[in-house]
Design a protein around this ligand. Sequence first.
Ligand SMILES: C[S@@+](CC[C@H](N)C(=O)[O-])C[C@H]1O[C@@H](n2cnc3c(N)ncnc32)[C@H](O)[C@@H]1O
Length: 430
Amino acid sequence: MTATKTVLQAPSDACPFDDSASYWDFGDQRGRREDPIHRIHSYPAKFPAFITTKALEHAERQGVDVKVVADVFCGCGTTAVEAKRNGKNFWGCDINPVATLIAKVKTRRYRDAVLGRYFEAIQDEFRRIQPSPDDRAWITDRIRYWFDDRNVDDLLRLDRAIRQRVPANSTYRSFFRCGFSNILKPTSRWLTKSIKAQLDPHKSPRGVMEAFTEQFALMRETCKQNRFPARAPKVHIRTRNFLAPAAPACRADLIVTSPPYVTSYDYADIHQLSTLWLRCTSDYRALRKNMLGNQYRVPAPDQNAIKDLGPTVEDTYSSLLDKERRKAHSVGRYFLDMDKVVAKCRKMLNENGMAVFVIGNTEYQGVRIDNAGHLADCMQRAGFHNIQKIPRKVSLKIMTPYRDARGLFTRDSTQRRVYGEEFVIIGRRR
Ligand SMILES: C[S@@+](CC[C@H](N)C(=O)[O-])C[C@H]1O[C@@H](n2cnc3c(N)ncnc32)[C@H](O)[C@@H]1O
């Protein structure tokens, strides 16, 4: 597919590489594979690593002196890793504690011999202990819903072994917690590869220690590679709501980020096994509260504020009201929040800095939700210049863009088409 570039303001600084408009579609010409560190923990909605390297290259060619890169929805740390690999300081935040755990682990260095020693100690402890009544008392019905009794006991033993044998608050504790988190779906009855929380009654969950041993081997091997420069840049990753009132403690030259696409993923739902087992919360639903695009208990947004966002937003909102009030409120709130996000991003940028947003459009019951158009409008309102909205083809690792009602990929072209195209939206701060 040859994508066409939509230019919102005639760009005096049009990207010299995107004449073919495929600049943002694929990785580099040499077809280099993504660094395996990006695969140590699954994270739905992760974007390809080359987006960051391309954004960096583009920004520098456009004269941005990039010293600090930020990602205000940093997810599992794709931008963080790539920024650090390229010798740039990084600041990022995400509201999801599982995301920031993974991002931190991926951007740190570990000593192989120390990893090996801790792993052996964990194995010893695991063999030695049984869950105590206190451990079992902590297990909720929600956990029992996903796991059989044997795996519940083994996960309790493993969790305890990690806590007893790896020092609290150490980078090594985070490493093993991250590994623990990534074995939760395979050791449960979670429907494999589904982006919806669904039970698979036919699944045989994997054994806990077998899955953990394999996960450890993968992470250890990956961490052996020396991917960061000798004088490592600084990386700050925070678990926080980007829209919380306090200003982020960072000024960036380049923001590379991908906000949630409204009506797409429910992050609290998809990460519930990890947030529960890692004891981030006793009720995973609590994490929905400040998630952008949250669909639960969202009060009706102020009609005048919606009107101020322009006719497209107003039309979308009223079309959704005709379908489902709850959805309309959620999308209306999301549009208002995105306006604040973009204004806050502009404030975070140093003069002459650049923001690169990646976002896709969505649809609900036939109502098209133009997330990308809205974001570009927000950028104009916030005072960005030289705004470009460039379609990019989504590279389909799984070769099919269709998902069935259970959220699984399918080759059936009568099913919902989810991927195909998204947008890279770029703007400058003068
Ligand atoms: C599209 S994903 C970003 C994925 C990321 N680019 C990566 O490669 O992993 C959007 C992220 O926004 C986060 N998020 C949602 N609401 C947020 C908020 N209010 N503040 C900070 N992060 C939020 C979600 O937890 C999710 O990780």
